[in-house]
Write a protein that binds this ligand. Structure first.
Ligand code: G
Ligand code: G
Ligand code: MN
Ligand code: NA
Length: 250
């Protein structure tokens, strides 16, 4: 199929690039990190969303290679940022089927000279459907080197509270479907409140995704000690724009 061929060619030609969405400390408003979000600059199709090419890359067993390529670019970019600013990357659960995943990632960090303590990986609840023993082994290797692991899109998947304990996550990311509604709807705001206090109880820091306006920001600020990201702060931007943004902050 045509898209498949395009993705293979695009990978060879370096058409996949990292974009970055800022993550802020809601208390201070400071940028504390960026989430890398992949984009495909296709000469034929323009800028293509990962929602289109990630599932295909997973299907044709190219996700590992694609992700490595993007991570290498992102680590080089992030090496030019202030050393207190972290980098989050999304990892497909499929990548955790590779028993060498942790070793490969650590090798890349060494090769590029990026401190593991600045890297956070984001995994959705669907990793709980993988071989949990194998996933736990990978998590241990990553965590032993200082890489942190976030549970992404929290609240949307099939995870139960007991499963939350089955893997040693370092952070919960509240899915934006709950966050968007917090200022209007009581149920969502109760859910967000509950997730934040769950995080506190489990000593897991929390990030709220999808903050689009000041009302939502204020509602979340009141909950205390959480990080946020969303269009209110900034859309995902390419490496150059991100660098300029940081340079302006001094
Ligand atoms: O960039 P956007 O915000 O449209 O992202 C759409 C989806 O693609 C999100 O679920 C995001 O987690 C996922 N995504 C973005 N970049 C990557 C990546 O490099 N690897 C994987 N596995 N998923 C990604
Ligand atoms: O699944 P994950 O959380 O990794 O995906 C992030 C996705 O959410 C990307 O597609 C990104 O572009 C999108 N996104 C980030 N911030 C906002 C926001 O404030 N509003 C909306 N609608 N989407 C957002
Ligand atoms: Mn994410
Ligand atoms: Na998410």
């Amino acid at each position: 199929n045509e898209l498949e061929v395009g993705i293979r060619e695009g990978l060879k030609n370096g058409e996949f690039v990292p974009f970055y969405e800022q993550q802020v400390d809601l208390e201070t408003g400071d940028i504390v990190g960026f989430e890398m979000l992949a984009r495909w600059r296709s000469p034929k199709l323009g800028l293509v969303s990962p929602e289109v090419f990630i599932p295909i890359a997973e299907e044709i067993d190219l996700i590992g290679e694609l992700s490595e390529t993007l991570i290498k670019k992102a680590l080089r970019d992030a090496n030019g940022w202030h050393p207190d600013i972290s980098l989050s990357v999304n990892i497909s659960p499929i990548q955790l089927r590779d028993p060498w995943f942790a070793q490969k990632l650590l090798q890349i960090l060494v090769e590029i000279g990026f401190p593991p303590s600045r890297l956070e990986i984001e995994i959705t609840e669907s990793c709980l459907h993988e071989n949990i023993g194998a996933v736990r082994t990978i998590f241990s290797s990553l965590k032993n080197q200082g890489i942190r692991i976030s549970l992404d899109d929290f609240g949307t998947g099939y995870s139960s509270l007991s499963q939350l304990r089955s893997l040693p996550f370092d952070r919960l990311k509240i899915d934006r479907s709950f966050v968007t509604e917090i200022a209007q709807e009581d149920v969502s705001s109760e859910l967000v409140r509950a997730i934040v206090s769950l995080g506190k109880g489990l000593s897991l820091p929390v990030t709220a995704e999808g903050i689009e306006n000041g009302r939502v920001q204020d509602a979340l600020k009141g909950l205390g000690g959480i990080k946020g990201q969303g269009y209110l702060f900034g859309r995902p931007e390419d490496a150059g724009t991100t660098r300029n943004r940081l340079a302006k902050l001094g």
